[in-house]
Design a protein around this ligand. Structure first.
Ligand code: NDP
Ligand code: MG
Length: 378
């Protein structure tokens, strides 16, 4: 029986993870869960699994008396870190959005747990630092992000030194076919209608702008220790090939399955074992298409790559700006075309090369968030 912690259990990935483990009650027991605002869902999952450590990071009060069984309830600003320290788990699934789970995940790494990593922000803003820690602690990080899960699986077909390129696929998001002229002022509801995947709001908008694909290239660079110039992104409308690895003998290995996050979630929990999943797989692949990424349509993708190449705290800065811009766009405070415009201002106005530590990451995050809020309010 594997003891499992899921932070961000109320989100899109968190709920699907619960769905996965409920199919295998003899294999997994939930020992810690967390939520930020959705108290009702947190209580429902806690009650169903009688979870011993329940963590709530939101502002509204939450007491142990709201649960019908004896358990430890942890709340407050550092609740996630305290709970990650206190709870007992073998696998720690980070399904929180944003950088709030950076420190708790480092705690889980120190405790020797497997990290099932869905959260991508932590590698974007502090990839070098996190991977250095992982190496030092000999942590096992199994990616959940579908592209990285695919690459992780494809890599087992060869030796690391024989890898030529990583090829990350992208569906192109909700705006892949909208005439460019319409994009300037397009409504957020249309950005939220992702053609292939059903995900949280932040990542769905990031898919439309392709900020997400930029994040994923950076994520891949750190996770797999492959330089930027050997990572490609291609448009693949069907979201069946989740990514590929080309080896130096000319062979390209791909991972294919229907677009359903329950498969990479389950794989990260059961690896190296493979067990039946509810996900239908294309026995005979559909017609599959691949095309280059159109940089005019996706200026944010180019900006993210530039930040990644500049290194240092540039990716952290764009991540912070994007975390303000996406809600501002959803709330109708800025236009769609303001997102790349303001990201570009951040790249120009901050000087962020060189090495950094965790305090620098948190400081730049707060500085750039403030800067972006100011720009948005103008
Ligand atoms: P959601 O927005 O659906 O869920 C986010 C979760 O994080 C919720 O449980 C939320 O709690 C919690 N949360 C939000 N803010 C905070 C905070 N400040 N402190 C602690 N917890 C917080 O996101 P997704 O599930 O879509 O994504 C989660 C992560 O996985 C992201 O990094 C995303 O990029 C990545 N990812 C997601 C994919 C997907 O298919 N959804 C695919 C690949 C990667 P509450 O609901 O209670 O507010
Ligand atoms: Mg992805």
């Amino acid at each position: 029986m594997k003891k499992l912690a899921i932070i961000g259990v109320t989100g899109s990935i968190g709920r699907q993870a619960v769905d996965v483990i409920e199919k295998y009650p003899e294999r997994f027991s939930l020992t810690m869960i967390s939520a930020h605002s959705d108290k009702e869902k947190l209580i429902e999952i806690a009650e169903r699994h009688k979870v011993p450590v329940v963590c709530f990071t939101g502002k509204i009060p939450f007491h142990a008396s709201e649960l019908s069984y004896p358990c430890t309830v942890i709340t407050g600003d550092s609740a996630l870190s305290v709970a990650s320290e206190k709870a007992d788990y073998d696998v720690f699934l980070n399904a929180v959005v944003g950088i709030a789970a950076l420190e708790p995940t480092l705690i889980a790494m120190k405790k020797g747990a497997r990290i099932a990593l869905s959260n991508k922000e932590m590698l974007v803003c502090a990839g070098e630092y996190v991977m250095a820690q992982a190496q030092k602690l000999k942590s096992e990080i199994i990616p959940v992000d579908s592209e990285h899960s695919a690459i992780f699986q494809c890599l087992s077909a060869g030796r690391k030194q024989d890898v030529d390129r990583l090829i990350i696929t992208s569906s192109g998001g909700a705006f892949r076919d909208i005439p460019l002229a319409e994009l300037d002022n397009i409504a957020p509801e249309r950005a939220l209608a992702h053609p292939n995947w059903n995900m949280g709001k932040k990542i769905t908008i990031d898919c439309a702008t392709m900020v997400n694909k930029g994040f994923e290239v950076i994520e891949a660079k750190y996770l797999f220790d492959i330089p930027f110039d050997r990572i490609d992104a291609v448009l693949h409308r069907e979201s069946i090939v989740h990514s590929m690895v080309r080896f130096r003998d000319g062979s390209t290995v791909a991972q294919l399955s229907d677009p359903d996050m329950r498969l990479p979630i389950q794989y990260a929990l059961t690896y190296p074992e493979r067990i039946p999943s509810p996900v239908a797989s294309p026995v005979i692949p559909y017609s599959l298409t691949f095309a280059p990424v159109d940089e005019k349509r996706y200026p944010c993708f180019g900006l993210m790559l530039e930040a990644g190449r500049l290194g240092g705290l540039y990716p952290a800065a764009l991540l912070a700006a994007d975390s303000v811009l996406v809600p501002a766009y959803l709330e109708g405070k800025i236009k769609y075309s303001d997102i790349p415009r303001i990201l570009s201002c951040v790249l120009e106005n901050f000087s962020l090369s060189g090495s950094y530590d965790l305090v620098d990451v948190l400081n730049i995050n707060s500085d750039v968030e403030k800067y972006t809020r100011k720009v948005v309010a103008l």
